[in-house]
Design a protein around this ligand. Structure first.
Ligand code: NAD
Ligand code: DAU
Length: 349
């Protein structure tokens, strides 16, 4: 099988690439990535010399390039993760999200439709999506695969749009498509513009830890390697046209999560208890901030036997260890453009 994984140099994509390259030596795996600010080949240093792995730099918004890639490579399947993924950036620059997340996805669908014609039943288009397409929950309830789409941010609207196009290409042209919608991931190689790696970075540097609003918003956190394992299972076992929700049954109020992280960091950094918590700084809330996400992954558990493997406390500790042991990685991604992003996002509020 020749498999293209898009966005393989990003956070989740690098874990998916690593898993497939390692577990499926008989597959030929191409990592297609534009290497935006969020893409980093250092995430894949450990597997880059594997004989079943190749990297191709390219932009999914370039329709002619994508068409040529399908013509030259004749892939059997695609796992599509490439996206603009940060809600805050979507609020300041929505059009990038429309281009990459919607137009980019449709370019891939068009290439698949054209080059796989006559053999749709032997090919697979797997689209990786998010729980944010379902909107926000109140204090109770969970998102199931039947929950109506109700996106609120430009990011989630663009992901919802891409999901609709993927389903439309299944229903209209008969393409074998699969979609999964996952909750918040955490783990190694997470770019430090997202809550957990940003907080770890700032605590290490004794800088303020920005918490939006009152920190009352709730997210459902999943270990990134558990997400990669779910993608593996769904890719190989799902029926054409099917959808699965992926989540950790692990809801945390942001402020409680940050307090737990501060306790872990105090211990790891040899600080007195409570020292890191003093860095918590409440800042202006995110516009349109969804109150609560919670994923019901019963379907995935019952039909395909997937369950999360790690308790959150253990996973968070492993994540902190990774960041403390990989200071050079953090240093590398937070030099340059990151500085101006950070200034604009947090100091000009
Ligand atoms: P990320 O921002 O870390 O990585 C995105 C990758 O896509 C980067 O390597 C980037 O270079 C690449 N990319 C961006 N634009 C591109 C373009 N035009 N052409 C080619 N490559 C391009 O994102 P992530 O957090 O790893 O998320 C991966 C996917 O999973 C996304 O589709 C996201 O919507 C989805 N998702 C993320 C989470 C999460 O918690 N991070 C949860 C559920 C779903
Ligand atoms: O739910 C899945 C989604 O999770 C993915 O689709 C997105 O790609 C991914 O980025 C993530 O989105 P969130 O907006 O939930 O993640 P983020 O880490 O940006 O924020 C998590 C929560 O923390 C959210 O309620 C906003 C809050 N927050 C975030 C930042 C960056 C803060 O309080 N302070 C911050 O500085």
């Amino acid at each position: 099988m020749k498999l293209i994984i898009t966005g393989g140099a990003g956070f989740i994509g690098s874990h998916v690439v690593r898993r497939f390259v390692t577990n499926y030596p008989q597959y030929s795996i191409i990592n297609l990535d534009k290497l935006t600010y969020a893409g980093n080949l250092a995430n894949l240093q450990d597997i880059e010399a594997a004989p079943n792995y190749r990297f191709i730099k390219g932009d999914i918004t370039d329709a002619a390039f994508i068409d040529g890639l399908f013509k030259d490579e004749q892939p059997d399947a695609i796992i599509h993760l490439a996206a603009e993924s940060h809600v805050d950036r979507s609020i300041s620059n929505p059009i990038e999200f429309v281009l990459t997340n919607v137009v980019g996805t449709v370019n891939l669908l068009n290439a698949a439709r054209k080059h796989w014609e006559g053999s749709y039943d032997q090919k697979r288009f797997y689209h990786v999506s998010t729980d944010e397409v379902y909107g926000a929950l109140g204090e109770s309830g969970m998102f199931t695969e039947e929950t109506k789409y109700d996106p609120h941010s430009p990011y989630s609207a663009s992901k919802a749009g891409s999901d609709h196009f993927v389903r439309a290409y299944h229903d209209t042209y008969g393409l074998d498509t699969v979609i999964s919608n996952c909750s918040n991931n955490y783990g190694s190689h997470h770019f430090p513009e997202k809550l957990i790696p940003l907080a770890i970075h700032n605590i290490t540097q004794n800088k303020p830890v920005p918490v939006y609003g009152k920190g009352e918003n709730i997210r459902d956190w999943l270990w990134v390697e558990d997400h990669a394992r779910a993608i593996d299972v769904i890719f190989h076992k799902a029926k054409a046209g099917d959808t699965y929700n992926i989540g950790g049954h692990n809801e945390w109020k942001n402020i409680d999560l940050i307090r737990l992280l501060c306790q872990i960091m105090d211990r790891k950094l040899g600080r007195t208890a409570g020292e890191s918590e003093k860095l918590i700084t409440f800042v202006k809330d995110r516009a349109g901030h969804d109150l609560r996400y919670a994923i019901d992954s019963t379907k995935l558990q019952k039909e395909l036997g997937w369950v999360p493997s790690l308790q959150f406390e253990e996973g968070l500790e492993k994540t902190v260890d990774w960041y403390l042991e990989n200071e050079a990685w953090l240093e590398n991604v937070t030099s340059g453009n990151y500085q101006s992003y950070y200034k604009e996002q947090y100091q000009e509020r």
